[in-house]
Design a binder for this molecule. Sequence first.
Ligand SMILES: [Zn+2]
Length: 395
Amino acid sequence: MICASITQCRGCHAAIDRCEVVLTMDPMPLAGVFCPTEATALAAPLIPLTWVLCSECELVQVAENVSDATLFSHYNYSSSSIAGLVQHFVGYAEFLKARYSGSDRLSFLEIGCNDGVLLQRLPQHWNLVGVDPSDVALRATTSPVHYTLHNQPFTLGLVLDQHLEGKIDVISGSNCLAHISDLRSVFEAVALALRIGGDFWLEVHDLASLLRGCQWDTIYHEHKVEWSEQSLQRCLAPLGFSHVQTLKTPMHGGALRICFRKESHRGSSPVQPNVLRPLLNRLQEAYHHRYETKAARLLIKSKQQGHCIAAYGAAGRANVYLNQLQELRFDYIVDEAPLRVNKFIPRVATPIVAQTRLLEQPANDCLITAWNYREDIIRKNPAYSGTWLTAFEED
Ligand SMILES: [Zn+2]
């Protein structure tokens, strides 16, 4: 069985009957998969995709839980190979160094350290620990690194086995929380490992940004949850964390960097009205009217006139957009990553081609599915004389 429905909230363990459906999208293939042949693309399995809101902690999450083995077998990317991510972590490392400059021998643990893209940039005299079950994390330690890697998931068992209880000054997790099935257990392990007064930094995709831009193309099975500051507070306060600070960062179309502090006692987060509720309704509207946007209408008209139409940027969100607007039938989708070229988008079977195709087989209209890189893409293709369209306007 490729997926099962969750039986409790991932963030607070409330029973599933405390969760309300807020968006039902067309069943679609996994967004992280690109198929080697047209036949395998056409045969890609469809999985229901339902977004639910927990009334206890306000966490928004995908109700279908695809097993990690299925989800991440195709998804093994190395952060250091993505220029935008490296730049982000250079900035984050500088931020942390300035923040803890007075600490000589800081114990710092990173959940989901990938290939050490952050840890390798932190001071060598800190006691650095990375926790990550992926092959990418393991391969990175075959050459010398100045951190200790635990090549397994971050769990209570790991904290106990490694005798980390109350020993860690700072724990950080960047963009890993979206991919973890049981977050409540991870938070309990963080609470056990941190010393009283220790800091827990989280970098998460910002649900409010997603909702304000009506970016339903970032909703897919790999993104199991979407956080707001309020939902994090509601999940962490009962475990003894107080909110310290929230910063906004531009990563992935809008992200939050939030700090919580481990206190000596457990608290609770005051119940406030859910400010995101009206935005969730607006997202639902935008999804249901997805064929009525300016870009979609132009593409349909262009296709009816027998023109060639293309898309640009074959990432997960392109898989979502092309599968949720199947009537558009793009002739091809351009991608700059050689590993993706000559593959096919699952189910709709759109061929992924190199940048040169845009001039060899000119498209009248080219939809930028990687809309957060719009300016870069236009700059890199000065000879393209067709019309650029954008799937979503950036927030
Ligand atoms: Zn919950």
